[in-house]
Design a protein around this ligand. Structure first.
Ligand code: GLU
Length: 297
């Protein structure tokens, strides 16, 4: 929706084009579409192709979303085409002393003793206060990643399903040692730049929301409203994946499964097109537990 001051407010779906979407991804996309459309927001598609790209995957994903009856506004945006925006955000943070070089390997981060109460895997700050000499020395050993000098250990977000949610913030990587822009920076820059003020995605990303919202505030943006919807699991209770069998639109359709019907039924809804669901959809009434998907045999 275009507000009276000219800004666009939008929801979005932001798949990584690493392969076909599975039925859990499609369910999340339908929920994101319903939340956006019901609140008169635009619905944007953003292809998160900074890594893990499989040729042809983007086209397949868009075709599957369209087959489900989802529509989107404006051109599809690709992160690989937005380097200038990420560079500008990095420069803005760096200009305020909020970026530092980090030379740690993944292993060093995992093995370093972490700060008290910090969640496992959070960065212990090893490279935060290196001297210029130390940095010069380390640069000869390996290319530096860039990290955020976070000014808080926690941040609170609002989530339509999870309520007020406080989570850890650490010195997240903004640019990896190989030069690639990190997901956490790209997603925040893009949401802010695209006018996304509603983020609907699976709840495996709930714990990332506080650090992303905090980063948004540092970049002068208002954090979005979050809607972290239940994840789709396989019969073993793990996150559904392609290796679990017939889980993609094409495979399921070939097996005689009505994909839209399976998704609406998992949400406790009668089968209907996305457009038809708009008038009655109630986010508050969707099941709160994960959807366990049993592929056809
Ligand atoms: N590209 C991410 C994924 O496919 C989604 C990121 C997001 O929705 O914020 O897992």
């Amino acid at each position: 929706m275009r507000r009276h001051n000219g800004t666009v407010t939008a929801g979005r779906f932001a798949p990584s084009p690493s392969g076909d979407l599975h039925v859990g991804n499609l369910r999340t996309a339908l929920l994101a579409w319903l939340c956006a459309r019901q609140s008169d927001r635009e619905f944007l598609l953003r292809v998160e192709d900074l890594d893990r790209v499989r040729p042809g995957a983007e086209e397949g994903q868009l075709a599957d979303l369209a087959s489900l009856g989802l529509t989107w506004d404006g051109p599809v945006v690709r992160q690989s085409e937005r380097a200038r925006l990420y560079d500008a955000a990095l420069a803005s943070l760096a200009g305020r002393g909020l970026v530092y070089e980090c030379f740690c390997t993944r292993r060093e981060v995992l093995e370093a003793p972490s700060a008290p109460h910090a969640p496992p895997g959070s960065y212990p700050g090893t490279c935060r206060d290196l001297t210029e000499d130390e940095r010069a020395q380390r640069r000869r050993e390996r290319p530096a990643a860039l990290r955020l000098r976070a000014g808080t250990a926690t941040f609170t977000v609002e989530d339509a399903i999870h309520g007020t949610y406080e989570g850890a913030v650490d010195d997240v990587v903004l640019r990896r040692g190989d030069g690639a822009v990190a997901y956490n920076l790209a997603v925040v820059v893009d949401d802010a730049h695209q006018g996304v003020d509603q983020v609907v995605r699976a709840d495996d990303l709930l714990s990332s929301a506080p650090r992303q919202a905090y980063l948004a505030t540092l970049l002068g943006a208002t954090p979005p409203t979050y809607v972290h919807v239940p994840l789709t699991l396989n019969v073993d209770g793990r996150r559904l994946a392609k290796r679990d069998g017939a889980v993609t639109y094409a495979d399921l359709t070939a097996a005689g499964v009505d994909v839209l019907g399976a998704i609406t039924s998992s949400l406790g809804l009668d089968r209907a097109t996305p457009q038809e669901l708009l008038s009655t959809f109630d986010l508050a009434a969707i099941p709160r537990e994960p959807w366990v998907f049993v592929p056809p045999t």
